[in-house]
Design a protein around this ligand. Sequence first.
Ligand code: HEM
Length: 462
Amino acid sequence: MKARIYIAALHYNENGNRQQAVTKTGILKWKSRTLKQKKESNVLSNRRKFKQPMFAIELQHRAYMFLSSTSRNTTEPVALTGSGIVFANGDDWKGRRRFLIQAMRDFGVGRSSLEEGIIEEIQNVADDLEKMKGAEITNLNEMMIKASCNVIHSLIFGYRYKHDNESLHKLIKTMDNIFSGPGSLSASGIFPVLNLIRKDFKDLKMRSEGFSTLKKYIEKHITEHRESFDPENIRDFIDMYLVAEKEESERTSVLNPMALLTSIIDLFAAGTYTTATTLDWSFLWMIQYPDVQKRCQEEITKVIGLGRMVRLSDRRHLSYTEATLMEIQRLSNTAIFALPHVAVCDTTINGFKIPKNTIIIPSLISAHFDETIWRDPKEFNPGRFLNQNNDIINKEYLIPFSLGPRICPGESLARSELFLIFSNLLHRFEFSKVDPCDILSFDGITGLTMTPSPYRLKADLR
Ligand code: HEM
């Protein structure tokens, strides 16, 4: 097996000082390890299941010296660094990640309550679209952010907002102020000092204020949960955390009040914009390829009929629609890069020496566009994910959620949201360009996620 991974690497010395800027931007061919290679590396041999050494144990550590400028620009996030999940390491990370996965099982994926919640969001978005009565829509992204933010909100706090609720608007505005801006591979992401040279203090102030507003909002909910906590009625992520916190406190400090606060920030940051942006891309592709949209709609109508909504249990019968979503994720690359990893010991991968403390940012997009893996990789072709019987072929090189020990723990939740929202909206609406002559751009804008350039579309009831 081989896949091409481009890496951008920074190397820090033992004292944490940057030795060189980008030392390597190369193309590596990763091959599955031979038995001989496995024997040579004690560390790797413990992790047989990870096919790509890049994502194996040596690189499961998160590099938190190398935060995106988004986080570097305020003092608060730096203080919070390592206390949640995304930037934690070692036993703290393991314990909190395990807890999150358990909480998602209890309150999320596979639970009818989660599905009902997503269906409610679809209804909200559909109402918003219907109000437009086939007129030009330029804020689809905003509608999707409200929906995905509400899903995370209800998982964590146990309730959701109506889409026209002022508190939801404020929450999203606050998150926009914090998380929008250049991503980790922008010049100011690599050299945060540039922000100071540019004297972009207005931006810094906005982010700093955004963080304290978000912190207060979350703290208020945690306090309310502590006051109304009933061990017989566990309502959501926070309640589960309070139970675990009590059990854990005698043994370890993995789950503690600061970790709860930061984990919640992590979940909003990691789970809102990623899902919303992928949905935003989805409808851009659909108006560019009306024939694909029509085929999805025909499949959905054939399987579901007209009288009900698409459910998760319909997924296995909707292979063309599922394949279309896979192709959208391959080409859209909402997360172009995984988050920064760091080598915990000297290692050599396919001849490339990676010294201890080297920061590795795996490029997911390069795997998705590799012409040695995909035929005509730039072509939009959902059929590449279907076999002759029209069944889904799960291609291991489709890695929008990354790979290995740090793989996105929200994958199942995100995939459920993507499937339900995409298929139900296609079932109900016909999406099209406002003017058939509109030329759409597929050059994304890079930031925390890669978003589509602003576009307009129409949604008519089918
Ligand atoms: C389409 C939607 C999503 C995409 C494309 C996506 C993608 C990713 C990627 C590429 C990573 C980095 C993995 C690495 O460093 O190797 C990641 C990490 C993470 N994601 Fe997601 N994600 C999505 C949705 C979600 C959702 C809904 C949640 C919340 C429940 C979530 C929570 C997280 C967390 C907590 C991490 C850090 C994991 C760790 O450090 O162990 N993500 N995601």
